[in-house]
Design a protein around this ligand. Structure first.
Ligand code: FDA
Length: 568
């Protein structure tokens, strides 16, 4: 029979994929197909509930990827969550809407991605955003505030606060506490303008009026689903890209397995666009014959494009927490975050920086050697020096500290913002439904532990500072009997390595960079050596950002759509 042909096939109907599908299908002559492994979660309360973070974990809409045992972190596996649904990970994430420090995006251009800088990305953060900032007077007492100059008001994605917001003045007490710290962390009215340092309340991807989660499908798909040129196949697994005959590595379609178990090929006349997420898109490239021949040949896959850095450069963060008894009972959602700079986190930041600088060559050599020198030590060292400059010269946040009161507990979450360790993800089988071997190499490099330890000490200091000190009871996690008040880094290490989890921010596994320094896609997000395959998801982000990922993923996808349309 006559199989339909689409102009573009987008693999993955998640955060980035639905942005690109929406924008490409604005032209009614362009036929777009989205292939999504999951189903619709439009009416799933584990998704919509604005107080329901975590409810979807372990359900059938959570990929719950397992890492290989983590050599530098207790030798056990970690779970890396990701959404399996129309809307992807935006349907299960924490809804935090925080961008990046401007200098971090500028660093993308510094490594050779011409045109990818903060100034050029800002219009795309704004284009996607529908900030519901007209009136938050109903949240008086909550402390929420923003600067309208930084936000977009006409985009599809609703951003703001919900009525579940804790509304009892705690925000102001926390602010006073930060100002009373030995090295104060200043108040920052709105961290989404490129300057993140400080204490603030962050907005979220919520529909403020309906008090439900705003995800990529609600923003970018459902209001547009009547477009006859926008097609979505749910519960359909993409297995690999198929090739046009000839040597020029031109994709002509995607092999898929439908919900009923049938495997078929669907044709694309223009492009195949990967948006399956940072732990899946590189695996799809490898299954299609794009990658390191040594990896592909193990599973009987012919190399179509020799690109050894596919799946390398994997960067994630490590999440941990301290907890305290509270002297009051709290109910509601709190969005309190502090972003300390190195000099606010470390009392001896200059010495810490000098010591770290001396270690960078050895760190780079270790990363290169761990991946068989697929990435070159000299290139990694340059990336590390850029990261060092960001921390110690541009003063980006070096940690993120969240306070989450719940009932009679004052919970905290924290992570080092920019770990140096880099791992990889590669297929471990030719079976397209098998999970790849995911190895983030958490804590491979010791600065990453040092940042974790110092963030934990910083939280102890916070709870020793008034007015918070009087509002909190005993530290229940880890507790002073587990980690003493004077513990050194080694003293903290067992608690940290036994309690951390993935921060669920994997990036850079199909990094946008010049090919000579390890890139997988060019500045138009096209895969090197191919004529019509792009990657548009978190895989292309070359360096970790200090905000949370989704706002930057949305912005990158918005810009990708303009590139594909030939507007840039
Ligand atoms: P995304 O995962 O959104 O999309 C990939 C899609 O591809 C999925 O729908 C998947 O099912 C599909 N797919 C995969 N393989 C396929 C195949 N073979 N065939 C067909 N479809 C396939 N960020 C933030 O900014 N604020 C926050 O609060 C949080 N909190 C948070 C919590 C948790 C638990 C997680 C897991 C993550 C976060 N994040 C976050 C991170 C953020 O949500 C994430 O980085 C982006 O949503 C990733 O978007 P992508 O488009 O890259 O992948």
């Amino acid at each position: 029979g006559a199989e339909p042909t689409y102009d573009y096939i987008i693999v993955g109907g998640g955060t980035s994929g639905l942005v690109v599908a929406n924008r490409l299908s604005e032209d009614r002559n362009t036929n777009v197909l989205v292939i999504e492994a999951g189903g619709s979660v439009y009416n799933n309360p584990n998704v919509t509930d604005t107080t329901g973070y975590g409810k979807a974990f372990g359900t059938d809409i959570d990929w719950a990827y397992q890492t290989v045992d983590q050599e530098y972190a207790g030798n056990y596996s970690q779970t890396v969550r990701a959404g399996k649904a129309l809307g992807g990970t935006s349907t299960i994430n924490g809804m935090v809407y925080l961008r990046a420090q401007n200098a971090q995006i500028d660093a993308w251009e510094t490594v050779g991605n011409e045109g990818w800088n903060w100034k050029n990305l800002i219009p795309y953060y704004r284009k996607g955003e529908q900030f519901q900032g007209d009136d938050f007077s109903w949240l008086e007492g909550s402390g929420v505030a923003y600067d309208p100059a930084y936000h977009g008001f006409d985009g599809p994605l609703k951003v703001g606060w919900s009525e579940s917001q804790l509304n009892d003045g705690l925000a102001q007490k926390l602010n006073t506490t930060y100002q009373n710290m030995p090295v104060p962390v200043p108040y920052n009215i709105d961290p989404n303008g490129g300057q993140m340092i400080g204490y603030t309340l962050y907005p979220k991807t919520v529909d403020s009026k309906l008090n439900i989660r705003e995800d990529a499908a609600r923003a970018y798909y459902y209001p547009y689903k009547s477009r006859t040129n926008l097609h979505v196949w749910l519960n359909t697994n993409a297995n690999k890209i198929t090739w046009k005959a000839g040597d020029d590595a031109t994709a002509d379609g995607v092999e898929v397995t439908l919900a009923n178990g049938t495997t078929t090929v669907v044709k694309a006349s223009r492009e195949v666009i990967l948006a399956a997420g940072a732990l899946k898109s590189p695996a799809l490239l490898e299954l299609s014959g794009i990658g390191n021949p040594d990896v592909l040949s193990k599973y009987g896959i012919d190399t179509k494009v020799n690109l050894p850095t596919v799946g390398e450069n994997l960067q994630d963060q490590m999440n941990n927490g301290l907890a305290y008894d509270a002297k009051s009972n709290y109910s509601g959602v709190a969005d309190y975050v502090a972003y300390p700079s190195a000099s606010q986190l470390f009392s001896n930041a200059t010495a810490v920086g000098a010591k770290l600088l001396r270690k960078l060559p050895a760190y780079a050599a270790q990363v290169a050697s761990a991946n068989g020198n697929v990435t070159k030590a000299a290139d990694i060292e340059r990336f590390f020096k850029i990261q060092w400059d960001l921390i110690f010269k541009s003063h980006i946040p070096v940690a993120e500290i969240l306070l989450e009161p719940s009932g009679t507990t004052l919970d905290t979450e924290y992570w080092g913002s920019v770990p140096f360790s880099r791992g990889n993800v590669h297929i471990s089988s030719a079976d397209p439904t098998a999970t790849a071997a995911i190895d983030p190499k958490y804590f491979m490099l010791d600065f990453d532990l040092q940042a974790q330890v110092q963030a934990a000490r910083f939280i102890r200091q916070l709870f020793n500072t008034e007015p918070f000190a009087a509002m909190a009871g005993a530290e229940t996690k880890p507790g002073l009997s587990t980690v003493s008040a004077t513990a050194d880094d080694q003293g903290w290490s067992p608690f940290i390595k036994n309690n951390f989890r993935s921060n669920f921010h994997p990036i850079s596994t199909a990094a946008m960079m010049p090919k000579e320094i390890g890139g997988v896609v060019d500045t138009s997000l096209k895969v090197y050596g191919t004529s019509n395959i792009r990657v548009v998801d978190a895989s292309v982000i070359p360096f970790q950002v200090c905000g949370h990922l989704q706002s930057t993923v949305y912005a990158v996808a918005e810009r990708a759509a303009d590139i594909i349309k030939g507007r840039i």
